[in-house]
Design a binder for this molecule. Structure first.
Ligand code: C5P
Length: 210
């Protein structure tokens, strides 16, 4: 098999993370969830008593991110995601996180899978395979809603939908590295697909490409 760097992008709760993780396991290559980087920066800024809009504080936090700082179950929730999208608008923060992501993409002789918002467009524009994963707003909100229910959290579906749309808009409308498909990305809509079906669809897309 050739060395493959695979870039998977898409909005929140599109299923990109699930597909990316399964794909990395299947190929036996390392996987980086780049959203964790932005989440960890927001966490560290606040832990140091700073404001999320403070570019200097955020850049300094971004410069000290390492693999260890990503191993924190507290980073996974929607509030951490929302905070991440605020610091993710700061161009110097994005620049400070580029080397970490590019080094990760080069770290294994077998290749790598990275997921995020700008992997195919900015981080790894030379990726061998780019996939842009989408799903309807309602399907994505329904997934998040069920995750909340599973954790015993009582959040209204409408609130979940509203939060998702606000975060997507922030990611899509920012001036640097906005959420968008690379021109050469393959598209996958997971609206009617469960995790297994989405993974099968991705394998089929890749098989057709290589
Ligand atoms: O993917 P996840 O939901 O963990 O991402 C959290 C936030 O981090 C996103 O809403 C986005 O603002 C930011 N992000 C980004 N670029 C990436 C990955 C995440 O701007 N490559």
């Amino acid at each position: 098999r050739p060395r493959l760097v695979i870039a998977i992008d898409g909005p929140a709760a599109s299923g990109k993370g699930t597909v990316a993780k399964k794909l990395a396991e299947h190929l036996g290559v390392p996987y980086l969830d780049t959203g964790l980087l932005y989440r960890a920066v927001a966490r560290d800024v606040e832990a140091r008593g700073g404001e999320l809009e403070d570019a200097t504080a955020a850049v300094s936090a971004a410069q000290s991110i390492d693999a260890q700082s990503l191993c924190d179950p507290g980073l996974r929730g929607p509030l951490a995601g929302d905070k991440a999208s605020i610091i993710a608008k700061i161009p110097a923060v994005r620049a400070a996180l580029l080397d970490y992501q590019r080094n990760f993409a080069k770290s294994s002789a077998e290749g790598a899978v990275l997921d995020g918002r700008d992997i195919g467009t900015v981080v790894c524009p030379e990726a061998d395979i780019k996939i842009f994963v989408t799903a309807s707003d309602e399907a994505r909100a329904q997934r998040r809603y069920l995750e909340h229910q599973g954790r015993g959290e009582n959040v209204a579906y409408e609130v979940v939908l509203e939060d998702l749309r606000r975060r997507d808009a922030r990611d899509r409308d920012r001036s640097v590295a906005p959420l968008e498909a690379a021109g050469d990305a393959l598209h996958l809509d997971t609206t009617t697909l469960d995790a297994d079906a989405a993974f099968a669809a991705v394998l089929a897309l890749i098989a057709a490409q290589i």
